[in-house]
Design a protein around this ligand. Structure first.
Ligand SMILES: NC(=O)c1ccc[n+]([C@@H]2O[C@H](COP(=O)([O-])OP(=O)(O)OC[C@H]3O[C@@H](n4cnc5c(N)ncnc54)[C@H](O)[C@@H]3O)[C@@H](O)[C@H]2O)c1
Length: 409
C-alpha cells in the first residue's frame, strides 16, 4: 500500500449516510449517542479502545490508536439514511428490538429526529420485503441521480463537511458479475437501460463514489465487487471496501480456523447452523438472498486454510452452512458449529461451539470503525479497495479478508 505523505486533519462534522435504517444502523447510531453522552462504553470498537505498539516490545509504548492517528471524534458525527419504510430511527430501533427500552429512551431525542429519505428499491432484489417509502423514476440512472441529490441536500442541511456511506440495507438476491459491470461506461449505459444486473445497492454505491463519498458494503451483495465501480472509485479518489460484516458465527470461524492451521491440525468437516428471527433472518428465508449469504460464509474457510498448499489436511473438507428463520429469537441469534478435526496419525476429534450472540451488537462497532477509518483513508488520499480494512469483512472478490499470517508475509 502507498504510504501517504500527509493526512489532512478532520475539520467540521462527519456525516454518516446509511442505506437501510434497520437493526444494525439504528443500534450503531444509538450506541454512538450513548457513548458520547457518557452513558455507555464503546465495547467492540478498535478505533475507540485498541492500542498500537510502537518501537520494540521492551519500550512499552502503546498509545490508543485514536490518539496516534487523526481520527474524527464521536462528537462530530451526524447521521442520515434511506429506508423503504418511513419510520424514524427511533421507531425503527424499537421495532428491531435490539436495545432495551431504557437505553432507547436515553437517545430518543436524536433518533426521533432522523427521518429516512425515500429509498431506491426494487422488490426483485429483496423478495421478502415491500415498503411504501420509495423513489419513483423512469430509469435506474434517474434513481441514482436522485440519491446524489439526497447526498448534497443532507450535506447542506446537516452542515457536514465530509461524508461516508455504509450499506446497511437488506441482503439482495445472488448475482454474479455481468458484462455490464465491466467498466463505468457500460455500467452507466446499463443504468439508463434499466438492465436487471444493476441492483439498488449499486445505485447507492455509484451515487456515493461519483459524489466523492467513501463507501462500505455491510451486506454480502455483489455491489462494489465489480470492475466498473472499482475503476470509478480509483478515478474519483474514493476509498471503498466490503463485503459482509464479519460478526457472530463467522467471526468465531475466522478465529478458530487460523489456530488449527497454525498447529497443522487437519479438518474433515465443519457444519454450521443458525437460527435468527429478525428482519434480516426473514429476508434470508428467501432462497435467492440466502444464496448470497451462503456463498459469503462458505468462502472463508477455503481462503484461510489454503487446501491447495495443505491437501492432506484440508483437501477433503466438507463445509456446510444453514440459516433458519425462527421469529421467537429476534436479533439474538444462536449459531452452532460441529467441527470434525484430526490430529497426530490421523486420529479424529470433535469440537462443538454454541454461540448465543447478538448480531447487531457485534455489527454496530464495526460500522463505527469503518466510518472513522474510511474517513481517515480519504483524508490520507487513499483510493479504491482498502485491503487493510479487510479484517472487518467476510469476503471480497480480490481482497485479503482475514488477517492470518499470510497477510504479514
Ligand atoms: N447484524 C449483523 O451482524 C450482520 C452481519 C453481517 C451482515 N449483515 C447485513 O447487514 C444488513 C443489515 O442487517 P440488519 O440486521 O440491520 O437488517 P434489517 O432488516 O434490520 O435492516 C435492513 C433495512 O434495509 C432496508 N432496505 C432494504 N432494501 C433497501 C434499499 N434498497 N434502500 C434502502 N433501504 C433498504 C429494509 O427496509 C430494512 O429496514 C443485512 O444485509 C445483513 O445481512 C448484518
Amino acid at each position: 500500500m502507498r504510504r501517504p505523505t500527509s493526512i489532512a486533519p478532520p475539520k467540521g462534522k462527519l456525516g454518516v449516510l446509511m442505506p437501510g435504517m434497520g437493526a444494525v444502523s439504528t443500534t450503531f447510531m444509538a450506541g454512538v449517542e450513548l457513548v458520547r453522552t457518557g452513558c455507555a462504553l464503546p465495547i467492540g470498537s478498535v478505533t475507540q479502545l485498541a492500542t498500537i505498539r510502537l518501537g520494540k516490545r521492551t519500550e512499552r509504548r502503546s498509545p490508543l490508536i485514536r490518539e496516534f492517528v487523526p481520527l474524527e471524534k464521536l462528537d462530530n458525527l451526524v447521521f442520515g439514511g434511506w429506508d423503504i419504510f418511513p419510520d424514524t430511527a427511533y421507531e425503527a430501533a424499537r421495532k428491531a428490538g435490539v436495545l432495551e427500552p431504557p437505553h432507547l429512551e436515553q437517545v430518543k431525542g436524536l433518533l426521533s429526529s432522523i427521518q429516512p429519505m425515500t429509498a431506491a428499491f426494487d422488490q426483485a432484489y429483496v423478495k421478502k420485503l415491500d415498503g411504501p417509502h420509495v423513489k419513483k423514476a423512469k430509469t435506474k440512472l434517474d434513481l441514482a441521480e436522485a440519491i446524489k441529490e439526497d447526498i448534497q441536500r443532507f450535506k447542506k442541511e446537516s452542515g457536514a463537511q465530509r461524508l461516508v456511506m455504509v450499506w446497511c440495507g437488506s441482503t439482495e438476491v445472488f448475482q454474479t458479475p455481468h458484462l455490464v459491470h465491466a467498466d463505468p461506461a457500460r455500467f452507466e449505459k446499463a443504468m439508463k437501460e434499466n438492465h436487471p444486473a444493476i441492483a439498488p445497492s449499486m445505485l447507492y454505491a455509484w451515487a456515493a463514489i461519483t459524489s466523492g463519498v467513501p463507501f462500505a458494503n455491510g451486506a454480502p451483495n455483489l455491489t462494489v465487487d465489480i470492475p466498473a465501480l472499482q475503476e470509478l472509485a480509483r478515478g474519483h479518489n474514493v476509498p471503498i471496501c466490503g463485503k459482509d460484516f464479519k460478526t457472530g458465527q463467522t467471526l468465531l470461524k475466522t478465529v478458530l480456523a487460523p489456530g488449527f492451521k497454525a498447529r497443522m491440525l487437519g479438518l474433515h468437516g465443519w457444519f454450521s447452523t443458525n437460527i435468527l428471527g429478525n428482519r434480516d433472518g426473514e429476508v434470508l428465508d428467501d432462497p435467492d438472498s440466502f444464496k448470497t449469504k451462503e456463498e459469503s460464509k462458505l468462502g472463508v474457510l477455503e481462503y484461510i486454510l489454503q487446501p491447495q498448499l495443505y491437501p492432506e489436511l484440508y483437501g477433503k473438507l466438507c463445509h456446510k452452512v444453514r440459516i433458519n428463520y425462527y421469529p421467537p429469537r429476534g436479533d439474538n441469534k444462536e449459531g452452532w458449529d460441529n467441527i470434525d478435526i484430526f490430529g497426530w496419525l490421523g486420529y479424529p476429534m470433535q469440537i462443538k461451539v454454541d454461540f448465543l450472540c447478538r448480531d447487531s451488537i457485534l455489527a454496530a462497532p464495526i460500522v463505527l470503525d469503518l466510518v472513522l477509518f474510511l474517513d481517515l483513508a480519504k483524508r490520507a488520499g487513499l483510493a479504491g479497495i482498502q485491503e487493510w480494512l479487510s479484517f472487518y469483512w467476510l469476503r471480497g472478490e480480490d481482497l485479503i479478508t482475514h488477517l492470518g499470517a499470510e497477510y504479514y508475509d
